[in-house]
Design a protein around this ligand. Structure first.
Ligand SMILES: Cc1ncc(COP(=O)(O)O)c(C=O)c1O
Length: 467
């Protein structure tokens, strides 16, 4: 596995990370080459075999990063548990894959609202009137549900307006090039989500000066902005890091960037609906309001709907509509999901939200206390991600596989999503996990980590987590 290091470069690493996480787990170089060996142009059903695409497959397979990723997939066939197809699922996160039934600790629907009857009803009720899709770019027309959902989000977050995109990725690649261009500097935290980097690259292609910082502190960002003669500054950073669940020091960074006349842009996908008062996110929690920053939220994680949004003002929204290519040239969130977003905002603004959040917090706490008792080191913050530190890549995959065999699915996060020897078992805690499921996971972790000799702290009772 260590050969991966030799091909390290920021762009290819991100790409390789995505490939390893998302490409078909069962593809291998050998199998690909067997397919390339030809045969008929049509299978027995008369469907095209896609033979005409073989030269493309061959060319892409020859690319060094693809080759590496394919051999990686082959070497870990059946072990890495990526790209798995769930055969069924229940309200309390029981699912089946390959005939094996398991508790799913790999869902970002943290509050369990994907199973909420009110969310289902909102989707079903909007369907007859608005249909499944508006079929036009928002630049031309939108159902009034769009304005209603944006207004509801603004009301929930205490801002004057919001702007919805079909995903957080499309928000980042639509908004970042719109707010940082020629003569501006865009500072990006290296640990930010891939889509922030993609948006930043587009901004750089449009003339912005791109500066990547590793573990940004107020001092290093201040020194950087001092050195650079730019018209304007934007700093893009995650509100909650996806792999560790931890948050950066947003208070200091906001003060620093604003001190240099710039603005902080926080991708708070994992904080949305989970962190801070009324689930307004990590940025709101740290800063007490969203009036001086741009906060990007997810509508596909704790919201259990679809999309992303950025906080703004009506004036800024008008300008972003002119400058965001993913708004102008892309499609919208389908109307039934806009209705569902309104329903979830109502839940967030109701007294009931505190009860749902309490259930989630109790479950997160149960996981953390259980890990403490086992003496296992873990990362976490205020979000619903708790990541057990394993280290070695092979052990991380083995641990994930062994947990799965015992009926528990957690994501094995390995390089390049995390540092080379920073493999993690990423537990996504959900409000609808039963205590039995959590206790079962902790027992399984106890067995598996003993079996694989994953290191533990010497005094379990006094362990502090790596938050
Ligand atoms: C911080 C962060 N930003 C963006 C995304 C991408 O979100 P989407 O699937 O809505 O494009 C994710 C997804 O995991 C994320 O964790």
């Amino acid at each position: 596995m260590s050969c991966l290091v030799f091909f390290y470069s920021p762009y290819e690493t991100l790409w390789l990370g995505t490939t390893c996480m998302a490409t078909a787990g069962q593809i291998s170089v050998r199998k690909l080459m067997q397919r390339l060996m030809g045969g008929s142009r049509y299978d027995s059903n008369g469907s095209s075999t896609g033979e005409g695409l073989n030269p493309l497959v061959e060319r892409l397979s020859d690319h060094k990063v693809t080759r590496l990723a394919l051999s990686f997939l082959e070497a870990n066939d059946g072990r890495h548990l990526k790209d798995i197809g769930l055969e069924d699922m229940t309200d309390d996160r029981r699912a089946t894959y390959g005939g094996q039934s398991f508790w799913n600790f790999g869902s970002d629907s943290f509050l369990g609202l994907d199973r909420d009857p009110r969310v289902h009803a909102a989707i079903q009720d909007a369907l007859p009137e608005w249909g499944s899709h508006n079929g036009a770019s928002r630049a031309f027309s939108s159902p009034r549900l769009t304005d209603e959902a944006e207004a509801k989000l603004a009301q929930w977050l205490g801002v004057t307006d919001t702007f919805i995109f079909p995903s957080v990725t499309l928000t980042n690649i639509g908004v970042l090039p719109a707010i940082a261009g020629k003569g501006d500097v865009l500072v990006v935290d290296r640990e930010s989500h891939d889509s922030v980097h993609q948006g930043a690259r587009l901004a750089a292609a449009g003339g912005a000066r791109l500066e990547e910082v590793i573990t940004p502190t107020a001092k290093c960002v201040s020194d950087l902005l001092q050195r650079i003669d730019a018209k304007a500054a934007v700093m893009a950073i995650d509100g909650v890091y996806s792999m560790s669940g931890k948050s950066p020091h947003l208070v200091d960074l906001d003060a620093t960037v604003r001190g240099h006349g710039g603005i902080l842009y926080v991708d708070d996908a994992h904080g949305t609906g989970v962190v801070g008062p009324q689930g307004r996110g990590a940025a709101y929690q740290a800063l007490g309001s969203l009036s001086n920053i741009l906060m990007v939220g997810s509508l596909s994680k704790a919201f259990s709907c679809l999309g992303g949004f950025v906080t703004c003002t009506p004036d800024l929204k008008t300008i972003l509509k002119i400058r965001s290519s993913t708004f102008i040239f892309g499609g919208p969130v389908p109307p039934p999901y806009l209705a569902a977003i309104c329903a979830v905002c109502d839940i967030f603004m109701s007294p009931e939200y505190e009860m749902i959040l309490k259930s989630l917090r109790e479950r997160i706490q149960r996981v953390r206390l259980g890990l403490d008792a086992l003496g296992l080191a873990y990362h976490c913050g205020d979000a619903a991600i708790v990541s057990v530190v394993v280290g070695d890549i092979e052990k991380t995959f083995d641990a994930g596989k062994k947990l799965f065999e015992r009926g528990f699915y957690v994501q094995s996060a390995t390089y390049p999503a995390v540092p080379i020897n920073g493999g993690l078992l990423r537990i996504q805690v959900n409000a609808n996990h039963s205590y039995d499921a959590i206790d079962g996971l902790l027992n399984a972790l106890d067995d598996v980590t003993r079996e694989l000799r994953i290191s533990r702290q010497s005094k379990p009772d006094s362990v502090t987590s790596l938050t």
